[in-house]
Ligand binder design. Structure first.
Ligand code: ADP
Length: 164
């Protein structure tokens, strides 16, 4: 069985992430979306919420599992007996960091292959940080994120505004 891991912060999941996981799920029997919970990253969304929102967003995709992990991606890959990592590339600016990470990971776990899927042009400018910034300032992010994420962000930030 061909299995891959798609690791990330997914803080929150966007339509760019959804597009990558949808395409990856056609290439592999099983793809684990591995949500990283390393301390020090200080995400906006708590782990359980990030996971729930992903689960709701991918529920129609075959062979996609959502798991949480801490520590190094290579250690998680070894622990789950997986030798393929999926990463998405949006622009040249992603490439430099991703190349370094892929090379370091290869050094740490030589059997590991990183496979890059290029973003669909329409999602190439979408990042979790942009989405958070727009939502925080009261903007509409419905065209950038799956429905469950949109509902959560609307609720989260409107609550914040009401409290002020
Ligand atoms: P990380 O903190 O590990 O970069 P992210 O959640 O930001 O985690 O992203 C996870 C993966 O998804 C990365 O490979 C990233 O390049 C990719 N990605 C993020 N946004 C998009 C997008 N709009 N289109 C395609 N891939 C994307």
């Amino acid at each position: 069985m061909a299995r891959a891991i798609y690791p990330g912060s997914f803080d929150p999941m966007t339509l760019g992430h959804l597009d990558i996981i949808r395409r990856a799920s056609k290439l592999f029997d099983e793809v684990i979306m591995a949500v990283v919970g390393n301390p020090g990253k200080s995400p906006l969304l708590p782990m359980d919420i990030r996971k729930n929102l992903i689960e709701e967003s991918v529920k129609d995709l075959r062979g996609v599992k959502v798991e949480e992990f801490q520590g190094l991606t290579v250690d998680y890959a070894k622990a789950t007996n997986t030798t393929v990592l999926i990463r998405g590339l949006r622009a040249i600016s992603d490439f430099e960091a991703e190349l370094g990470m892929a090379q370091a990971n290869k050094q740490l776990f030589p059997e590991l292959e990183t496979i890059f899927l290029m973003t669909k042009a329409e999602y190439s400018f979408i990042s979790s940080s942009t989405v958070k910034e727009i939502a925080r300032l009261g903007g509409d992010v419905s065209q950038f994120v799956p429905h469950p994420v949109n509902d959560y962000l609307r609720e989260h930030f409107s609550r914040g505004t009401k409290q002020k």
